[in-house]
Design a protein around this ligand. Structure first.
Ligand code: CA
Length: 219
């Protein structure tokens, strides 16, 4: 899952990149509204964590601008100012949730999972086995039995299941796994796919040689 973090506070930004990274999110971090706008215009994110008090274009203006442009990416607003007026203006501008600073990292992770659950991931089933992925609980079951996946294996499977029936190239899957500036192992995706086939069932992910990977759509 790829997140855009918009936060001008360096200490908080670093903490969030590390904390969210540990729970399996690929995090791109920008420090102002203009950079956030360019990032959102060029990259597909699963969610945005948006501070409202930013230098230059503030968070509310950015949000209104993106919503007016048809951007439906779920947005969780962070605000230091605990006023009803600001919360209401954030929600009016099109945010999906908000948290008041200071906040607890675990609560932020839980809220993000809830946002993602509301966005678009459908359970995936394949006969004769039944594989079910729950983005909110960050869990996968096969025939009802829990399967233990690493954060990155989960991210690859979720990326493919969200786009079931469509081929994703290796670089599109890498986008699900890595934030900006993170070093990418050249065969990481192949390794994760291999492990997923071993832990689930061999046909869950098909390879289209030279093109990418696909999870077949539901019949
Ligand atoms: Ca700020």
């Amino acid at each position: 899952m790829r997140l855009l973090l918009v936060e001008d506070d360096t200490l908080l930004g670093r903490g969030l990149v590390a904390g969210l990274g540990q729970s399996g999110f690929a995090v791109d971090w920008v420090r102002d509204g203009e950079d956030a706008d360019s990032a959102l215009a060029t990259t597909t994110y699963d969610a945005v964590v948006l501070d409202l008090g930013l230098p230059g274009m503030d968070g509310i203006s950015l949000l209104k601008h993106r919503r007016a442009a048809g951007d439906k990416t779920p947005v969780l607003v962070l605000t230091a100012r605990d006023t009803i007026a600001e919360r209401v203006s954030g929600l009016d501008a099109g945010s999906d949730d908000y948290m008041i600073k200071p906040f607890d990292l675990e609560e932020l992770q839980a809220r993000l999972r809830a946002l993602l659950r509301r966005s678009r991931v459908e359970p995936y089933r394949s006969s004769p086995w039944s594989c079910h992925l729950d983005p909110a609980a960050h869990s996968v079951t096969l025939d009802g039995a829990p399967v233990t996946l690493s954060n990155r294996e989960f991210a690859v499977l979720q990326g493919l299941m969200m786009h079931a029936g469509r081929v994703l190239s290796r670089s599109q899957l890498e986008e699900q796994l890595y934030g900006w500036g993170e070093e990418i192992d050249s065969n990481a995706v192949e390794v994760h796919v291999h492990n997923l086939r071993r832990k689930l069932f061999p046909d869950v992910i098909r390879t289209l040689r030279g093109v990418g990977y696909i999870v077949p759509a539901q019949p």
